[in-house]
Ligand binder design. Sequence first.
Ligand code: PGA
Length: 235
Amino acid sequence: MIIAANLKTNLTRHETASYIEEVNRCALASKQDVLVFPAISSLDSFDTKVEVGTQNAYPTQKGAFTGEIGLEQLDEFGIKIILIGHSERRHVLGESQEFIAQKFRYFKSQGFKIVYCVGEPKAKREAGKAEMMEYIAAQYAGIDTEYENLIIAYEPVWAIGTGLTPTLEDIEDIHAELKKKSSAPLLYGGSVKVNNIKDVLSVKNVDGVLVGSAALYAEHFCTMIQYADEIESNN
Ligand code: PGA
């Protein structure tokens, strides 16, 4: 399974280095694929089993894009994994589907592993399944769903950082729908924690998780990695 941590705008460079070192010890003892997305200022050349990716980058090699980083800055550290379409980039930073698709095309052309996020806001969920699925389908516009290095993360916007999660039946239902769109590994994200990860990972068509706040402590994230091993060995 794929167990991923999105550290968002948390941890200093120094704290991140210790975090990755600690998580790497757990990853080495585990069968899981472990990904960590630290803040951009904490990127480095990590020689670890843990794969380190960037939370964002501009679709360019280099150039006049104030405040952004491009391929040249990622290459410096050998970073080949990127998170694209995260709800905070869509809804807080205002990235359009068109721009997100442009990023996707660029980083695909560079052979990056792409963790591509989709998910509906609360109003769309409340509008009923048909409207919700239509909203999510629009987030696949311009995205190559057959890309070999693609991982998709279903993350309902209303579940991110709120402590709320869909029911396991809802996750199963939506993942079944999304698997029809792409056979890429499909993660669930949104308020995954130590106390619910086993249930979430046991749901059909859940190939892993993308964890935010609950992954900020290496010890907690390590427990989640161990639980994934336990689930797998029970199956
Ligand atoms: P959360 O965030 O685990 O804090 O809900 C998940 C995410 O944003 O990827």
